[in-house]
Design a protein around this ligand. Structure first.
Ligand code: C2O
Ligand code: CU
Length: 524
């Protein structure tokens, strides 16, 4: 099931120019996605993949602190090789936080500090980035802030790179300190080593980091087992069940993937959720909160419920990347690009008991067109509700009109050519500053792309002012840190945090970021 018979599946994508995404008429949200081009002779099998929906959805365990002394939650995480049953019929070697994929979930409270002590028991340098965290540069996981393997030593090249980081080289282990001085939100932590973020995240170095606060506590939202984080990630497998990753350099010195995958980034035909291929979840006929994270290296999804609930609009979005929206937004489908989070309610009581609701990815044919299944059980008492108002309306950005302060183009070049992926015509430069901005300021940024690049900013948060030159879509509301650039580009009001120093911004198509589509922001 879902095994990549190596190149064939990817040819369907790669040769389609971009990710082969269908563009149905009348869905403005999707402007920017190219129509599918299916090469002659390629046909996708109908129906769900063999073996799909036979294993229950796992929920990553919540990590317990080693100590809570002084009001600081201190956790320890070992980065190790593990074995895990991603596919139904064989175990796969992974790299995991505490040996598991996804890693354990960290639950934090707004204003209560967390220390994560990471120990690198892998064979390569690692870096931990808290995606969405408002943290100082030396805690952010700059891609050159290597933690060398506990059983290794720095070679000259790594030591030279590390001089251009912000925190300096660590050997074996280091602590990351997070103040959690930000609203309740679904964040995630993942590896971010320069040039090798793609293969490291692909092998499993990713987990949830949830921040809770009083605003969220006061709402009648689903809780505990009805508040479910869903880490969606596609993978490809070799015939022996091992993860297939088309590194251009098997010795692991040169970053990047082979020409066939260079433009698309690493896409696989098997969709995993919380580390299991096409799982199912038995749900009560009640309201659920599903925190979607697209942790795929390169694949965007457009999610829909099949069948939709009677009356439609099965998804009620309550939060975006960086927290709750002012009020809920109702959709039949939404696009989830790599790095983005959508916090969504689904009211399964709208379905008759016994309904099997398939979560479809309706921009892909064949196996990756399926994500997971919800099996609706009996009606139960449920006091969760969909609140009419979630958070106070945020103040409008200080400036929303006029010319842009900066423009950045994201360009990955001609298909089939393994050139650098670039921002404003330049590949990442370790010593170059690409934008110098004032701490606490807000700037207007215009971003354009040879689509379709999911762009992520560290050290900043933004609101969307324009999509494709027009008014934003409902799901562009709220504070975000990652945005999927359409053909016509986006205009953002970017608010820089109060911490001074160097951060990166980059394409969250991880193979693009690894091969140059990253730049440096200096907050002064
Ligand atoms: Cu999720 Cu710079 O990364
Ligand atoms: Cu990109």
């Amino acid at each position: 099931m879902g095994r990549l018979t190596d190149r064939r599946a990817v040819l369907r994508w790669g040769l389609a120019g971009t990710l082969g995404l269908a563009l149905p008429a009348g869905t403005a949200v999707l402007a920017g996605m190219r129509p599918r081009v299916t090469p002659a002779g390629a046909s996708a099998p109908a129906g769900p993949p063999a073996g799909a929906f036979t294993r229950p959805l796992p929920v990553p365990p919540v990590l317990s602190p080693q100590s809570t002394d002084g009001g600081v939650d201190r956790y320890e995480i070992r980065q190790t090789v593990g074995r895990q049953r991603l596919l139904p019929d064989s175990d796969t070697e992974i790299w995991g936080y505490n040996g598991m994929f996804p890693g354990p979930t960290v639950r934090a409270r707004r204003g209560r500090p967390v220390v994560l002590a990471h120990r690198n028991e892998l064979s390569v340098p690692t870096v931990v980035h808290l995606h969405g965290g408002a943290v100082p540069p030396e805690q952010d996981g700059h891609p050159l802030d290597y933690v060398l393997p506990a059983a290794g030593s720095a070679d000259a090249e790594l030591a030279a790179h590390a001089r251009h980081g912000v925190a300096g080289l660590a050997t074996g282990s280091r602590e990351y300190r997070y103040a959690n001085d930000q609203p309740a939100a679904t964040l995630w932590y993942h590896d971010h080593r320069m040039g090798f973020t793609g293969p490291a995240v692909y092998r499993g170095l990713a987990g949830f980091y949830l921040i809770h606060d009083e605003v969220e506590d006061a709402l009648p939202l689903p809780r505990e087992r009805r508040d479910v984080p869903l880490l969606v990630a596609d993978r490809a497998f070799a015939d022996d069940g091992s993860l297939f990753y088309p590194a251009v350099d098997p010795t692991g010195r040169e970053p990047g993937v082979t020409a066939l995958y260079h433009h698309s980034g690493m896409v696989g035909e098997t969709v995993t959720v919380n580390g299991v291929a096409w799982p199912y979840l038995e749900v009560d006929a009640a309201l659920y909160r599903l925190r979607f994270l697209n942790a795929s290296n390169a694949r965007p999804y457009r999610l829909e419920l099949d069948p939709p609930p009677p009356g439609g609009s099965g998804f009620v979005q309550i939060g975006s990347d960086l927290g709750l929206l002012p009020r809920p937004a109702h959709y039949d489908m939404f696009v989830l690009s790599p790095g983005e989070r959508y916090d969504v309610l689904i009211d399964f009581s709208r379905y008759p008991s016994g309904t099997r609701v398939v979560l479809r990815n309706n921009v892909a044919e064949g196996d990756p067109g399926y994500v997971m299944r919800f099996d609706v059980g009996a009606k139960v008492a449920d006091d969760a509700r969909i609140p009419a108002v979630l958070t106070p309306e945020p103040a409008p950005p200080p400036r929303t009109t006029g010319t842009a302060d900066r423009r950045f183009s994201f360009f990955s070049g001609a298909p089939g050519v393994r050139g650098p992926a670039m921002i404003n015509g330049q590949a990442f430069g370790m010593t170059r500053i690409d934008a110098r901005v004032a701490a606490g300021s807000t700037e207007i940024w215009d971003l354009t792309a040879d689509p379709i690049h999911p762009v992520h900013l560290h050290g900043a948060r933004f609101r969307i002012l324009k999509r494709n030159g027009a008014v934003p879509e409902p799901q562009d509301a709220g504070w975000k840190d990652t945005v999927f650039l359409p053909d016509g580009g986006m205009r953002l009001a970017v608010e820089f945090g109060g911490h001074r120093g160097r951060y990166v911004f980059h394409c969250h198509n991880l193979e693009h970021g690894d091969t140059g589509m990253m730049a440096t922001l200096d907050i002064t």
